[in-house]
Design a protein around this ligand. Structure first.
Ligand code: NAP
Length: 276
């Protein structure tokens, strides 16, 4: 499995697992836990959840899935913006830890920017690091201007920006992605198969079919071919988890990359960061 280096020197798998929309339906719980566990066994040990997902139930599901292998996984969770203050963040973090059944998060993210000043969130995150509750922190859905402000407010230790990035969402390649790369801050690409929409893209399906692979695998391999990009697809079945894992072994030739560029062109100008 390819790895990506975080600013503190920690290597994490370039392909992880997202958890949004899991734990919504009790009838699917068995399949979801099986999918997560098979993904972990296959090396997709970075797991991304959030206090928001299924109103906390997603963290409980992750806790159950990793109960026997906590030390082998890299757990990421996210705090609501309204909880990202000096007084609220420790409480939100403690609740997430309790639901996940662990004593520390490997990475804690601000889910999106809200009213709490970024400098206050940085301070609250750093205090959680000092207390050993989280090993590092980062942000999500912050565009270049917000990132500039974060760093100016003392946030140089930010480990990553988790953003919407896939073949159909390339607007940040003009500004945010180079800004992050210059600071060796990896990008965590969420909705890497555009919430499933890329799976049914006709052109992508044709190209994938020629190679004997699937559209999801091509979409993921395209992200994994980029330096400093971690992709976190959500797979609700063992079959999808296995299929996605194989994407990490799929090398896309320059000819295929050129065809993908033609099918999903880079917008001519920067596009403000979108959020799903
Ligand atoms: P996604 O991973 O792009 O797409 C998930 C959808 O694609 C599901 O419907 C899944 O179906 C399907 N799928 C996955 N692998 C497939 C395969 N091999 N073949 C066919 N279909 C496949 O979208 P996402 O869940 O929005 O994003 C991934 C993760 O990023 C989330 O789970 C979450 O952890 C994170 N995220 C973060 C933010 C943020 O604001 N920070 C926002 C959105 C997402 P099945 O369920 O049937 O497998």
């Amino acid at each position: 499995m390819k790895t990506v280096r975080l600013p503190d020197g920690t290597d994490v798998p370039a392909l992880g697992q997202g958890i949004w929309m899991m734990a919504e339906d009790p009838r699917r719980r068995g399949d979801e836990i099986a999918a997560l566990r098979s993904g972990i066994d296959l090396g997709m040990t970075l797991i991304d959840t959030a206090e928001m997902y299924a109103d906390g139930e997603s963290e409980r599901l992750v806790g159950e899935a990793v109960a026997g292998c906590r030390d082998d996984v890299f757990l990421v969770s996210k705090a609501y913006p309204q909880n990202a203050s000096r007084s609220e963040l420790p409480r939100a973090c403690e609740t997430s830890l309790e639901r996940l059944g662990t004593d520390r998060l490997d990475l804690y993210l601000l889910h999106w920017r809200g009213r709490v000043p970024l400098g206050e969130t940085v301070e609250a995150m750093e205090r959680l690091v000092e207390a050993g509750k989280i090993l590092r922190w980062g942000v999500s859905n912050l565009d270049t201007g917000d990132m500039e402000e974060l760093v100016a407010a003392g946030g140089k230790a930010c480990a990553t920006d988790q953003i919407l990035y896939n073949l159909t969402r390339r607007g940040t390649e003009h500004d945010l992605l180079p800004w992050l790369a210059a600071r060796r801050m990896p990008v965590m690409a969420y909705s890497p198969v555009e919430q499933g929409r890329l799976v049914t893209d006709e052109g992508l399906g044709e190209l994938a079919g020629e190679r004997g692979v699937t559209p999801a695998q091509v979409a993921l391999a395209w992200l994994l071919a980029r330096d400093g990009v971690i992709a976190i697809p959500k797979a609700g079945t063992v079959e999808h988890a296995r299929e996605n894992r194989t994407a990490a072994e799929l090398a896309l030739s320059p000819e295929i990359l050129a065809r993908l560029d033609a099918m999903f062109p880079l917008p001519s100008d920067p596009v403000p960061l979108a959020m799903l």
